[in-house]
Write a protein that binds this ligand. Structure first.
Ligand code: PSU
Ligand code: MN
Length: 305
């Protein structure tokens, strides 16, 4: 373990790569602990680290273990995150609480971005972004992921946002916050399980070098926030929008009936969609994370070359 940063613990592999300015890709852990069932979650996390390595970058899965923010995890750490009953979902505002109590926490997109940025990691791969929930006009439920994108200079590679959210309001909010939203290889913003969403790509790039050029220009201009790089799910893994749309409507109704709100909303919906699709949504989710890992690694490599 490396102690060159006082507040976080890095694995030697990650610390060496950062010191030598080699490409590093951050990975989140809420997707492991609260986004997928065990043991698929641990298998996915392990496989994704391998994909990042195979494409020339060092993976840095981020989480809080025993009250210590970790950048880079051991296989035992991934297993704990995937299976331990007492791993809370940790967004930025939860970080001081889990640290003070010496507890375990799985980091969301927002808190993973913040921790990655503290150590100079520029590229972060996930599945889907949080955003403005449907009915946010009443509930005020807007993910802290958007707030973090407004302020923290990390590129978030994702497959867009699920239509458990209001995709239009999420895109409007990102525009207000000055966050570039790039879509790789498509003129349409993707909706996670589907390549389509009905919303145009705010900005299109083709290939990792074009994405990296935008990141460099963003830095040169001194712009301070993050960048969304949306990567549509591969055609062969896609679930058609109308098929998954009916499932999402049902999951949202079930959530309302149970009175689930706040930080429990997204984990409940993700789990319910897996149940309602008999696991098909999980297969798609894993496929898109794999594809995002490859693209993220390629962008990270492109940024240092
Ligand atoms: N969307 C997904 N899969 C996920 C998440 C979002 O399609 O696993 C997770 C991410 O960790 C994201 C978090 O940061 O949910 C958002 O939670 P909330 O909506 O409570 O901000
Ligand atoms: Mn929320």
């Amino acid at each position: 373990m490396n102690d060159s940063y006082p507040t976080v613990v890095l694995t030697d592999e990650v610390a060496d790569a950062l010191a030598e300015r080699r490409p590093v890709v951050a990975l989140e852990s809420t997707i492991i602990s609260h986004g997928m069932p065990y043991p698929d979650n641990v298998a996915m996390a392990t496989e994704v680290e391998g994909i990042v390595r195979a494409h020339g970058a060092v993976p840095a899965t981020i989480a809080v273990l025993d009250g210590k923010p970790r950048i880079g995890l051991s296989p035992e750490g991934l297993e704990l995150l995937g299976s331990h009953p007492d791993v809370s979902k940790v967004s930025v505002r939860d970080l001081p609480y889990v640290v003070a109590r010496g507890a375990h926490g799985a980091t969301t997109v927002a808190s993973t971005m913040r921790l990655a940025s503290m150590v100079g990691i520029q590229v972060f791969v996930t599945g889907g972004l949080g955003g403005v929930h449907r009915g946010a006009q009443q509930s005020f439920d807007i993910s802290a992921d958007l707030n973090e994108l407004a302020r923290t200079p990390v590129v978030v590679v994702c497959a867009g946002v699920k239509s458990i959210l209001d995709i239009g309001l999420t895109l409007e909010t990102l525009e207000t916050f000055g966050v570039p939203v790039l879509v790789e290889g498509s003129d349409e913003f993707p909706s996670f399980y589907s390549r389509s969403s009905g919303f145009a790509a705010p900005m299109r790039v083709d290939g990792p070098a074009e994405a990296a050029a935008v990141v460099r220009a963003h830095t040169v201009l001194g712009l301070t926030g993050g960048i969304v790089l949306a990567h549509p799910i591969p055609v062969e893994d896609e679930i058609p929008a109308d098929e998954i749309g009916a499932v999402i409507t049902r999951a949202l109704a079930d959530m309302d009936a149970l009175g689930i709100t706040g930080k429990d909303a997204t984990p409940y919906l993700l789990g319910r969609i897996v149940e309602l699709t008999g696991g098909a949504s999980l297969t798609a989710n894993i496929a898109l994370v794999r594809a995002n890992a490859r693209l993220g690694a390629e962008v990270a490599v492109s940024l240092v070359s």
